[in-house]
Design a protein around this ligand. Structure first.
Ligand code: SF4
Length: 64
């Protein structure tokens, strides 16, 4: 089963699914707020998901 990041900070985020991030495998930003947080009205879902994918891939694809 793939890793999923828990997220309870932004339940209204486009990627939040029952308290889990459906986009990032790692959402530890060193105590800073998630830079990918957007309500589904802020940007197109495709744009945000592309950003999340790029972030995940740049971190080894597994959040390490
Ligand atoms: S993109 Fe960020 S704010 Fe949105 S659900 Fe994932 S971790 Fe939470």
């Amino acid at each position: 089963m793939a890793n999923v990041a828990k997220c309870s900070m932004h339940m209204d985020c486009f990627a939040n699914r029952d308290g889990r991030c459906g986009c990032l495998k790692d959402n530890d930003f060193g105590g800073r707020d998630c830079p990918f947080y957007k309500s589904s009205r802020d940007m197109s879902r495709e744009e945000i998901e592309a950003s999340c994918r790029a972030y995940t891939e740049s971190h080894g694809g597994n959040g390490s």
